[in-house]
Design a protein around this ligand. Structure first.
Ligand SMILES: O=C(O)C(=O)C[C@H](CCCc1ccccc1)C(=O)O
Ligand SMILES: [Zn+2]
Length: 324
């Protein structure tokens, strides 16, 4: 990975023992960028100025201007922030991190508190409670450019802009989302590793009913190759995002994020869009169509059986000796 001149060095990255190839990097007016987006392939876009007005959003500026709304802040005993859907929590599930609500100055004090033992990750959709200066910065995002992308690719509406404020070393474990995303780095340095939907069978996402739905079950730091043998075959596509970089993160692509060690705070904003309507089914089925079909099948079977412990028996009864 080529570090931009004196911005960061390789020893700030966590090491994994699967291959990681570079992601394509294009300047904003390079037609290759539009090509890749159209093919739903990831690309890092330089020079879009998409959120240049947010590049000055450091903790002090935000404490001054972001207003007195409440923010969702995750608190973890480790560097790992594995997302869970609190609406799917079932008894026996222990959340791997605590979800707290605090005003920005509380978050600021928590981060600045020298003798703290916890790590923090602010993850809050931008809403109309932000102060007037933040509204001005928001209005001055490069909406012309991103609206053009939305239109060219027949995407649905913008659903949310998630403000992400992460501290050095924080990790968001591997997962996929079902929306298209222009992931925009305002400041700080974050490394991202992506895996195409075709590697679904190497990443073993949790069952759809589980609070960790969409998240890989594999612990990248200590992969259990007995439970997840195909993880050995995984191949990642990675890069380090710096201030002003925008990553087109296609829906259903698995991704992992880490905030570089000794790099301070990293602020990013997502632009999540409803994916384009699935055209008529073509054969052979694409990996994305298979993922969507598996999700729908799981939901249907669970709806019918009412008990997730029955799924294994049901599925084996259906396939064993019949569809093998
Ligand atoms: O933008 C994305 O899709 C990312 O995964 C960015 C990631 C934090 C996202 C947290 C999250 C995970 C799952 C559901 C909703 C929110 C990071 O930057 O660490
Ligand atoms: Zn995500």
């Amino acid at each position: 990975m080529m570090a931009e001149w004196n911005a960061w060095t390789d020893d700030q990255l966590k090491t994994y023992n699967f291959p990681i190839h570079p992601l394509p990097i294009c300047s904003v007016n390079d037609p290759q960028a539009e090509e890749l987006i159209k093919e739903q392939k990831p690309v890092v876009i330089k020079g879009s100025e998409l959120i240049s007005t947010a590049q000055k959003w450091d903790l002090e500026y935000l404490r001054e201007h972001i207003g007195d709304g409440e923010f969702t802040v995750y608190e973890s005993d480790s560097e790992s922030f594995k997302y869970y859907d609190d609406k799917k929590v079932i008894d026996g599930f222990t959340p791997p991190m605590k979800q707290r609500r605090m005003i920005f100055s509380e978050f600021y004090d928590a981060i600045k508190n020298k003798n703290r033992t916890k790590k923090y990750y602010l993850q809050q959709p931008l809403n109309d409670k932000v102060g007037p200066q933040i509204v001005v910065d928001f209005i001055n995002f490069n909406w012309k450019w991103i609206k053009q992308q939305q239109m060219n690719n027949n995407w649905g509406p913008l659903t949310s802009n998630l403000l992400l404020i992460s501290e050095e070393g924080n990790v968001t474990p591997c997962h996929y989302d079902e929306q298209e995303n222009f992931y925009s780095q305002a400041n700080g340095y974050k490394r991202v590793i992506l895996f195409p939907p075709s590697q679904y069978k190497y990443l073993y996402p949790h069952p759809v009913y589980h609070p960790h739905d969409r998240q890989s079950q594999v612990d990248f730091d200590e992969p259990n190759l007995k439970l997840f043998p195909k993880f050995k075959k995984v191949v990642g596509f990675g890069t380090v995002l710096g201030p002003g970089d925008v990553l087109y993160l296609p829906s259903y692509w698995f991704h992992y994020f880490e905030t570089l060690k000794n790099s301070g705070i990293a602020t990013a904003i997502t632009f999540w869009y409803k994916a384009a309507p699935v055209g008529n089914i073509t054969y052979p089925l694409t990996a994305v169509q298979l993922m969507a079909m598996m999700r729908n099948t799981e939901k249907m079977i669970l709806e019918a059986l009412k008990d997730y412990k029955q799924v294994d028996i049901f599925w084996n009864m259906l396939a064993a000796g019949r569809y093998c």
